[in-house]
Design a protein around this ligand. Structure first.
Ligand SMILES: *Cc1c(COP(=O)(O)O)cnc(C)c1O
Length: 480
């Protein structure tokens, strides 16, 4: 009886705020009227509504949700929607979002099997499924982390371990003080998260070498060979790209990985989004040879359309992986049946982040993942060519996968490059202000360009056609 009445209390405590959140979530995801894709509130507006001294007295849960929704009004991008093409950002599949809600409701601490048995087993299943889909070695160990940033840290910690153990020093026990410097060779197109991983791991940014790329954005093999030959005994990590951030370039794995391995380097692959091309028969060839690498990273929260935060690390050398991140003594082998996540991730307490990925993969199935990848690539191509062939626009990079670049040209016949740069900025600002779509800019090979990235499961060709029409009108006006 006592038990029963407690259940009633908690039911009533949760029912109203959760129902309010549910209604607001549906309003956001399926608005009844058209809303701006870009946030419209100013910084001052948001601060004036949201930042104030914490009141002495609390508020009812439902009121908190109602106030929160009112407070953020105009400050939420529709990055979950079909017309958001900024940075590299995916939405959330319905199953993944629902499972993410349950993850919070269940509130498991997914550090150990003991703390969350089902969470641990679901992660095990997810690791297996990801290895079936992605071109990483089937024997690889894996970790579910916050994103590619921490996946880099996880993989490079394993690399550091293996390279230094081979030189007679154990970085986990001895530290780096007396260890030889590890050299990190990568391309000029690398993502900043690599720099940060190198810094966090004490490997030193000055040891990171940015090698030249070809016109197609891929690392020049001779540049890698020359760098390796220059200092043949240095412990070396080579970081290659499966989809660089600007144009989605894929390094030539078939040539570069054997070359790096010949020199004893550890090869790591940044595949934050591009590794997913391996799940599609149409694009798989871009990744030929990538499975010969030592470690790979990718995200769930970008192209797979899982809510933040969801990244995956895969490491061929399980022992190096475990020795570098497990909190247990590295020289002991624990023989337990269950998989304790704490042995593989750099976190202690953590969210049961396997549930959302599990749900996304179950909703899509293998064929659905391939279709998602292919559909978004088709849409990216249509969007880049659609906008890029408008009068006054230019294709800067036609997508190989789902990333492309366009720019806008100043109408004057005497226009210089700098005029095109500033006109590109103007048109981009007008598109954002129109609320019709969301794009972000970049400077690529010295020119300003608008990036086009299609990652959302809801983006369709008819939506793309609407966006192209909208941009055509804005461009026509701007060139008058
Ligand atoms: C997004 C991205 C990263 C960083 O990933 P996070 O999930 O944001 O940590 C690294 N590399 C590339 C190529 C990316 O696109």
């Amino acid at each position: 009886m006592v038990w029963f009445s407690r259940m009633n209390t908690s039911t009533s405590a949760f029912l109203e705020p959760l129902s309010a959140a549910f209604a607001h979530a549906l309003d956001h995801l399926c608005p009844k009227t058209k809303k701006s894709v870009a946030a419209t509130a100013t910084l001052d507006e948001l601060r004036s509504r949201l930042c104030f001294a914490l009141p002495e007295e609390g508020t009812t849960a439902t009121q908190v949700i109602t106030d929160l929704v009112a407070g953020v009004e105009g400050g939420i991008h529709d990055s979950a929607g079909s017309k958001f093409f900024g940075w590299v950002i995916g939405g959330s599949l319905p199953a993944a979002l629902s499972a993410d809600w349950l993850t919070s409701a269940w509130d498991q601490n997914a550090a150990l099997y003991a703390c969350g048995p089902a969470a641990a087993v679901v992660e095990e299943a997810v690791g297996q499924w990801l290895k079936e889909l992605l071109p990483v070695g089937p024997e690889a160990s894996f970790a579910l982390v916050t994103g590619t940033q921490m996946a880099h840290v996880t993989c490079l910690a394993a690399a550091r371990h293996r390279l230094l153990i081979a030189r007679g020093t154990d970085p986990e026990i001895d530290g780096l003080q007396s260890a030889p410097a590890i050299r990190i060779l990568t391309s000029s197109e690398m993502h900043g998260s690599i720099v940060r991983a190198v810094r966090l791991l004490g490997m030193g940014e000055k040891n990171l070498v940015r090698l030249a790329v070809k016109d197609d954005g891929t690392l020049i093999p001779q540049a890698l060979e020359a760098a390796m030959v220059e200092d043949p005994s240095a412990p070396t990590i080579v970081i290659l790209h499966a989809g660089d951030l600007n144009i989605g370039a894929f390094d030539d794995f078939q040539e570069l990985i054997p070359m790096a391995r010949r020199h004893g380097a550890w090869v790591h692959v940044d595949g934050a989004f591009g590794l997913w091309a391996g799940a599609s028969p149409r694009f798989r060839h871009l990744l030929d040879g990538v499975d010969a690498a030592d470690s790979w990273t990718t995200d769930g929260h970008k192209w797979l359309n899982v809510p933040y935060d969801s990244g995956y690390a895969f490491i061929r050398d399980r022992e190096a992986h475990r020795s570098s991140v497990s909190h247990r003594a590295a020289y002991l082998t624990y023989d337990v049946d269950a998989r304790d996540q704490i042995d593989w991730t750099p976190e202690w307490s953590r969210r049961g982040r396997g549930f959302a990925t599990y749900a996304a993969l179950r909703q899509l199935g293998k064929a659905g993942v391939a279709q998602l990848i292919e559909r978004t690539c088709t849409c990216a191509h249509a969007l880049v060519t659609g906008i890029g062939t408008l009068p006054g626009a230019e294709v800067v990079w036609k997508p190989t996968i789902n990333q492309g670049l366009v720019r806008f040209l100043h109408a004057s016949s005497e226009a210089q490059e700098s005029d095109h740069d500033s006109f590109t900025e103007i048109v981009m600002a007008k598109i954002l202000a129109s609320g019709q779509a969301f794009f972000t800019g970049t400077t690529w090979r010295g020119r300003r360009a608008m990036r086009i990235s299609v990652c959302n499961w809801q983006t369709s060709l008819s939506g793309v056609a609407e966006v192209v029409d909208g941009v055509a009108n804005i461009l026509r006006e701007a060139r008058r």
